[in-house]
Write a protein of this length. Structure first.
Length: 689
């Protein structure tokens, strides 16, 4: 194809994990339709795909070096939707692509998946969002809430002004009324014609907050998360672009929602590690929320009863304002309204015999008393399934996954052994495949065994289970939570899904089956996260007018986290100790961290590539911690060395500042690209295992 002086070219981001932009010839008839932030259809290899317009069209004379203008393929179609990515979302995606070193096309695919563009429902018209028809519910803030609100509102009102702080931490104990402050702030923002975004860590929390927000604001609120149907996602996107919808509540990906005139961003439970995306484009939604606030001038409120050390440090440095709520709204019988924490020493207390789960008789009696009073209980065990593994008591063989370096979990009801990493499953055997013994014993406990055994021990127990095996859809999740809220069950069993912000006023007892499992994780954040999980799950008790009680079963009653929960150790002193340790080791928030992972079906390939890269990085002049450069830690096998048949070896790169880290990562990428080695890069990993 020949070119003329009037030819126009367009470089676009293709939604694939490929570096750089791809350039096409733009037909003259389509040129007036192109908008930055919109999308086009292009031929790509043997397929046709959509691609994002991230820069204005250019003259053919500006064709990239090495590309012959006559070899360019043509843009096939320009979307009539206009700019589906507002300028602030496009700017956020470009920032994220640069910071996380992720291909821009893949970032944009995450921000605007095909469903939100209507590409999965082409030809169907968008439907209007149903308006909220109920009456707005008003409330009166307590004196403490009003004081905290004044700090947050001052932050919101000044956001965008030169030199002002636009981020505030709302540090409030569980049940202290943080949601009411979010609603009041949102009302102020909406009254000024601004949009509002509220992020929550789990889909499980979106429906509960959705209803409270609609009732508190008196207008429609959109739900935005991965379980939203394709057609609904398309309708929400259209409603936001038209201004029909101004408020979104959603999980991690909602940080990219195309909300016009964004004025307020709330990140609830900001400490939660599920805000970090763990596959493909690995971003942290809390951190991107702060960046989006800077781009738009919106105020950002980070709410938590257990703020992360990273957020605490930003507040300590004066970069974030701080508002506190130290008392619960419903005080119960205790001065602060917080539940009483009791320890059950599993090394001493009498235990129930013949159960899969470790249950002390005192724990069982506490559940009995709670149900007899017409109240409800929640039981936390951070393992799903019936038992952790199947053991041959004659030869010691443990049934393991053929694809992963992990044991298979016993699911007794389904009569299956399942891998919770790759999904492999097989029938529970009648005899040991190694020695043919029939002495096979399920070891450890999971939520399924609790669901079976508790009603046997206490016939009055009517259980519901909240874990990944039970929650197969958003509808199923909402049904379980509604049934518990409507008192169709009196005990809710679950994994970490229980921890996240649920509000059941009739729950007066929380039981932690085995706290010790939280202490043994090989990660520098393990003590902090153990405290967060146990404080959060404890906070589910006593949220109504009745006082709450928490029973924590443990073999380690002297563990520092346990001593904080029981009041024997000061929480601030404990966290200061964690802070000093991280500062000495240059771990976040006092250093920057990235992980490079090599994956291969052959263990030797993954290891040799990791070793070769480590040696290449060690030769760089910046590879010295003593000169404020970077350090290479490893290589070592990943905590789970083999997953889905793939071996994984890791390198950690640590530096005090971001620039040396970027030098190391740039060199690492160039080295791997030259060798044509695939690798997985994670900037600011949530863990090092």
């Amino acid at each position: 194809m020949t070119s003329s002086g009037n030819d126009v070219i367009l470089s676009v981001a293709v939604p694939r994990p490929l570096e750089g932009l791809f350039t096409y010839r733009l037909p003259e008839r389509l040129a007036p339709l192109v908008q930055v932030g919109g999308w086009v259809k292009v031929p790509f290899g043997r397929t046709i795909t959509h691609a994002f317009v991230v820069e204005p069209p250019k003259s053919a004379s500006e064709v990239p070096t090495g590309v012959a203008p006559e070899s360019l393929k043509e843009i096939l179609e320009v979307s009539s939707q206009g700019a589906v990515l507002p300028p602030d979302v496009l700017a956020l995606c470009k920032w994220a692509s640069d910071y996380y070193l992720a291909p821009l096309g893949e970032v944009l695919h995450c921000a605007a998946p095909p469903a939100s563009l209507g590409l999965k429902n082409e030809g169907k018209k968008t439907r209007p969002i149903a308006p909220f028809t109920g009456a707005r519910r008003d409330f009166t803030l307590t004196e403490e809430q009003a004081a905290a609100f004044a700090i947050l509102e001052e932050t919101r009102a000044a956001s965008g002004a030169p030199g002002s702080l636009n981020v505030a931490l709302l540090h409030g104990v569980t049940g202290s009324g943080k949601t009411e402050l979010y609603i009041d702030l949102a009302r102020r923002a909406l009254a000024q014609g601004k949009g509002v975004l509220l992020l929550v860590p789990e889909i499980a929390l979106t429906s509960q907050l959705h209803l409270r927000l609609e009732q508190g604001l008196g207008e429609a609120v959109g739900l935005w998360h991965s379980a939203v149907a394709d057609g609904r996602r398309r309708d929400l996107s259209a409603a936001l672009r038209s201004g029909e919808l101004r408020v979104i509540v959603g999980a991690r990906s909602a940080v990219f929602a195309p909300i016009p005139e964004l004025g307020l961003i709330v990140v609830d439970e900001e400490h939660d590690p599920t805000y970090k995306q763990e596959d493909r484009f690995r971003y942290h939604a809390r951190d991107l929320a702060v960046v989006r606030g800077k781009i738009t001038g919106a105020a950002v409120v980070l709410g938590s009863a257990t703020p992360s050390l990273e957020t605490r440090e930003r507040a300590r440095e004066g970069k974030y304002r701080v508002a506190r709520l130290d008392k619960r709204i419903a005080l119960g019988s205790r001065g602060s309204g917080l539940p009483a924490v009791e320890l059950v020493d599993l090394a001493v207390d009498e235990k129930v015999e013949g159960t899969q789960a470790i249950l002390a008789r005192r724990t069982l009696e506490a559940i009995r008393e709670t149900l007899a009073a017409g109240e409800q209980a929640m039981v936390f065990l951070n393992r799903r399934g019936f038992a952790a593994f199947l053991l041959c008591t004659d030869c010691g063989e443990v049934s393991g996954c053929k694809n992963c370096s992990i044991s298979l979990t016993v699911h007794k009801r389904a009569k299956l052994l399942r891998c919770h990493v790759c999904g492999h499953q097989e029938q529970i055997p009648d005899f040991c495949p190694k020695c043919q013994s029939v002495e096979l014993l399920p070891m450890g406990a999971g939520t399924e065994s609790l669901e079976t055994e508790l009603p046997t021990l206490l016939p009055e127990v009517v259980p519901l289970r909240l874990d990944r095996d039970q929650i197969t859809s958003a509808t199923r999740l909402e049904a379980i939570l509604k049934d518990f809220r409507d008192h169709k069950a009196n005990v809710l069993l679950g994994t970490q899904m229980l921890v996240k912000g649920h509000d059941f006023p009739n729950v007066t007892l929380v039981v932690v089956i085995l706290a010790d499992a939280l202490f043994r994780w090989p990660d520098f954040r393990a003590p902090e996260r153990a405290l967060q999980v146990l404080k959060q799950v404890s906070g589910r008790a006593g949220r109504g007018e009745k006082s709450g009680r928490v029973l924590i079963q443990t073999y380690d009653i002297d563990h520092p986290v346990i001593e904080v929960l029981t009041g024997k150790r000061d929480e601030e002193a404990f966290l200061e100790g964690e802070r000093e340790l991280r500062e000495a080791l240059r771990y976040p928030p006092f250093g920057r961290l990235a992980r490079i992972r090599f994956e291969s079906p052959q263990a030797g390939d993954a290891r040799s590539r990791a070793e070769a890269l480590a040696q290449a990085l060690a030769r760089l002049p910046q590879a010295s911690a003593a000169t404020d450069g970077f350090e290479v830690l490893g290589p070592s096998e990943a905590f789970l060395e083999r997953a889905k048949g793939i071996y994984r070896w890791d390198l950690l790169i640590r530096s005090k500042a971001i620039q040396p880290l970027r030098v190391a990562l740039g060199s690492a990428r160039a080295f791997c690209f030259a060798q044509k080695w695939p690798f997985v890069l994670d900037v600011d990993p949530s863990g090092i295992g």
